[in-house]
Design a protein around this ligand. Structure first.
Ligand code: ARG
Length: 457
């Protein structure tokens, strides 16, 4: 039975009911709806709508229902209730009879759904923070094990300067650390209770909403009832958080997919996160990474969808807002799964050092060193850049590395070049010299690893 039958003489068309009902997805809010209802029943005692004894009976029945729901949440959708709020109320009435009909006094599904969803979001944030931390720890551990794995760093996907695999890992730690801080920041605005705002104008019962917020574990109660029932900023913020972090994960995936190609051959992925081809027996495809990269798209879509749904909605509640849930549920679950999958990929990854070293030695990644060397000998950088460019052209023509050109040849480009140039062109020197904060020197990377470990401990 619908919650609002009194005013209606005709039954809802089945096709309308199909469109209107949200139970098939908002069943996920069952726990929050029950917990919110217990708190509301306590508030009703403070304004003499319920006696202590009535409240107790309601609470017992609700807690019993909570156990049922936890044991088998999927079973909820078998009901033909309109939404999770109707479902909980109907179940309660089935258990305690007419007393159950008192619970909705002074409350609306509008403040109820806003509260339920915020409670659900808070629970998700806690889990997402753990996964973000776990992935950062996996990256730090991979960095620690690969501090001396030299590989080419790229710009424009052209070999640019040597870096280490550890430094690459720590770059993603930074991105995830920002994702984590963004999420914590979102939580501060999310942690405000809308319960007791009624349908839009506030509840007509003199309820202490701050106390009620505290019972539900919120930091405080909202300030404006119209805003409270129509605010979905937290949904948009969480989707933004997910979208940005999924961009990071997608870049991580793309880097590794490239490192894993036969052409690069920098890493080998574990059998546990790759799959074969039905036709080509030799293949081992990086499906886990491709799915992370691919799923990034649907999360961006969920954010855009939600923005479009909210844009132009008049105050206060409109049914459009029921569309907030499916995209959010899907996006946060996808984000969560991809964070965990990224950690699993790292768990079994092997860096092929001989190959990364060889690639770093090729591609003239030490050309900047030669320019810096000339600068140290008094040549202005712009001129030095030019000289080295010409030397690179010569080395390419001979099919050798810069450091393989004999001194006499190098001196045809600049007479200031001496024998002391060769140690400077070594990969180790390229790394060691980049020792300012954030640079790739082994010392800086070790510092970054230590700091990250402390932060994540
Ligand atoms: N199922 C609805 C939603 O998710 C609950 C709120 C319904 N409120 C209303 N006035 N019809 O938004």
């Amino acid at each position: 039975m619908a919650l609002w039958g009194g005013r209606f003489t005709q039954a809802a068309d089945q096709r309308f009911k199909q469109l209107n009902d949200s139970l098939r997805f908002d069943y996920r809010l069952a726990e929050q709806d029950i917990v919110g209802s217990v708190a509301w029943s306590k508030a009703l005692v403070t304004v003499n709508v319920l006696t202590q004894d009535e409240q107790q009976r309601l609470e017992e029945a609700l807690m019993f229902l909570l156990d049922e729901v936890r044991a088998n949440p999927e079973a909820i959708v078998e009901s033909d209730a309109e939404d999770i709020h109707s479902w909980v109320e109907q179940k309660l009435i089935n258990k305690v009879g007419d007393l159950g009909k008192k619970l909705h006094t002074g409350r609306s599904r509008n403040d109820q759904v806003a509260t339920d969803l915020k409670l659900w979001c808070k629970a998700q944030v806690a889990e997402l923070l753990l996964s973000l931390k776990n992935l950062q720890q996996a990256l730090v551990a991979t960095a620690e094990a690969n501090q001396d794995a030299v590989m080419p760093g790229y710009t424009h996907l052209q070999r640019a300067q040597p870096v280490t695999f550890a430094h690459w890992c720590m770059a993603y730690v930074e991105m995830l650390a920002r994702d984590e801080s963004r999420l914590r920041d979102t939580l501060t605005r999310l942690d405000v209770s809308p319960l007791g705002c009624g349908a839009l104008a506030g509840t007509a019962y003199p309820i202490d909403r701050e106390q009620l917020a505290g019972w539900l574990g919120f930091a405080s109660a909202t300030r404006n009832s119209l805003d409270s029932v129509s605010d979905r900023d937290h949904v948009m913020e969480l989707l933004s958080n997910a979208a940005i972090s999924m961009v990071h994960l997608s870049r991580f995936a793309e880097d590794l997919i490239f490192f894993n190609t036969g052409e690069a051959g920098f890493v080998e992925l574990s059998d546990r996160v790759t799959s074969g081809s039905s036709l080509m027996p030799q293949k081992k495809n990086p499906d886990a990474l491709e799915l992370i990269r691919g799923k990034s798209g649907r999360v961006q879509g969920a954010l855009t969808g939600m923005m479009m749904t909210m844009k132009g909605l008049p105050l206060a509640y409109n049914k459009d807002m029921q569309e907030d849930k499916e995209g959010l549920f899907d996006a946060l679950e996808t984000w969560f799964d991809c964070l965990n999958m990224a950690a699993l990929v790292l768990d079994g990854i092997k860096v092929k050092r001989a190959r990364t070293q060889e690639a770093a030695e090729q591609g003239y990644a030490n050309a900047t060193e030669l320019a810096d060397y000339l600068v140290a000998k008094g040549i202005p950088f712009r001129e030095a850049h030019h000289i080295v460019g010409a030397a690179v052209v010569e080395a390419i023509a001979q099919g050798v590395a810069l450091e393989a050109l004999p001194l006499a040849t190098l001196q045809t480009f600049s007479s200031v070049i001496g024998d002391d140039v060769y140690p400077i062109l070594s990969l180790q020197s390229c790394l060691d010299k980049r020792d300012a904060k954030g640079g790739v020197s082994p010392h800086q990377v070790a510092n970054a690893i230590t700091e990250a470990k402390q932060r994540l401990a």
